[in-house]
Design a protein around this ligand. Structure first.
Ligand SMILES: NC(=O)c1ccc[n+]([C@@H]2O[C@H](COP(=O)([O-])OP(=O)(O)OC[C@H]3O[C@@H](n4cnc5c(N)ncnc54)[C@H](O)[C@@H]3O)[C@@H](O)[C@H]2O)c1
Length: 298
């Protein structure tokens, strides 16, 4: 499970569920200290499998190959049944096309898009070559923004690319007749209160209204973000997997009713309607009212 070094994070939540289901679990993250804390926490969760913690930077092929080698060392010939491609990065000061720094754009694509491609490229063939009686699972933690009209600078652009990579892999596995033994699921969360989300609602770029709007939206959305707990997100993912679903999208929870809204579904439908009718992306119409909101008011 890449990017599972934060005990509050989605990757750790999925890893916890895998442990509860009796699997060996290999946590992995680029942050060594956080990973050690996560491993200690997972040790406290009841389960029959072993636990490993392996530092891995998904932007490096050598590092990904090292993760595979370490899994083999720790768990011998036990087949890799579940691959979670979860590592991701967002930025605190809302970069945009016009004002984002070159290194922010490059890092976003290195981690969120090429990191996904490389993790799949170097680990999936090993999974397919195993003599396993279990169905194989390949999970991508993408984002709801990967299916809507893009707005969040390099974050949404790179998450859209990640979804494209994942969909392409699905088609490639179909061409090779592997889908009878492989399940793929793209988890597309809305806002969930994890460390990453809390770090992305800082201060906008000066003189960039689009950056300010991003921060406003994140802060507004954060009020609802806590309504999904990570364990609920994880349960949602596993239910979708059991039902053979590919896209696992999350709407926000309506705090008034405690029920799921349909805002993500509507935004996705709206994107597809714009494409079908060849109209400009209509999301900006929905976003404009937020533009005048002062950050401090939210
Ligand atoms: N929290 C949300 O609201 C939300 C919404 C949509 C999608 N997501 C996605 O969910 C995934 C998990 O995020 P989270 O919200 O649980 O936050 P998180 O910060 O707990 O998880 C992201 C993890 O990825 C790790 N990471 C960053 N760069 C890496 C690299 N180069 N190599 C390996 N690991 C690296 C980080 O150290 C971190 O532990 C991410 O892909 C994120 O984009 C989160």
């Amino acid at each position: 499970m890449t990017g599972s070094g934060s005990v509050n994070g989605i990757g750790f939540g999925i890893a916890k569920k895998c442990r509860e289901l009796g699997m060996h679990v290999c946590l992995s993250d680029v942050r060594e200290e956080a990973l050690a804390v996560a491993k200690t926490s997972l040790d406290l969760v009841e389960g029959s499998g072993g636990i490993a913690g392996v530092v891995c930077d998904v932007t490096s092929k050598t590092s990904i190959m090292g993760l595979l080698a370490e899994c083999r060392k720790q768990f011998g010939d036990a087949p890799i049944q579940f691959l979670g491609v979860n590592a991701g990065i967002a930025f605190p000061h809302a970069p945009t096309v016009l004002t984002g720094a070159q290194d922010e754009w490059e890092l976003a694509f290195k981690v969120n898009a090429l990191g996904v491609r490389d993790t799949l490229k170097y680990l999936v063939p090993t999974m397919l070559s195993q003599d396993s009686k279990h169905r194989l699972v390949i999970e991508l933690t993408s984002s709801a923004v990967s299916l809507m009209s893009g707005f969040f600078g390099p974050y949404s652009a790179s998450k859209m690319a990640a979804m494209g990579i994942f969909e392409a892999l699905y088609a490639e596995l179909a061409c090779r007749n592997h889908l009878d033994r492989v399940s793929m699921c793209a988890l597309c969360p809305c806002r969930i209160n994890t460390d990453m989300l809390l770090q992305t609602t800082k201060v906008a770029r000066d003189a960039d209204p689009a950056s300010r709007l991003q921060i406003n939206l994140m802060k507004a959305g954060q009020k609802n973000a806590g309504n999904w707990r990570v364990d609920q997100v994880t349960d949602h993912l596993f239910t979708h997997l059991q039902q053979g679903k590919f896209y696992c999208t999350l709407n926000h929870m309506d705090p008034a009713t405690g029920k799921e809204s349909n805002d993500t579904d509507l935004a996705i439908a709206s994107r597809h309607e714009s494409i079908r009718t060849k109209a400009p992306p209509d999301m900006i119409r929905d976003l404009l009212p937020f533009l005048d909101l002062a950050i401090d008011e939210l």
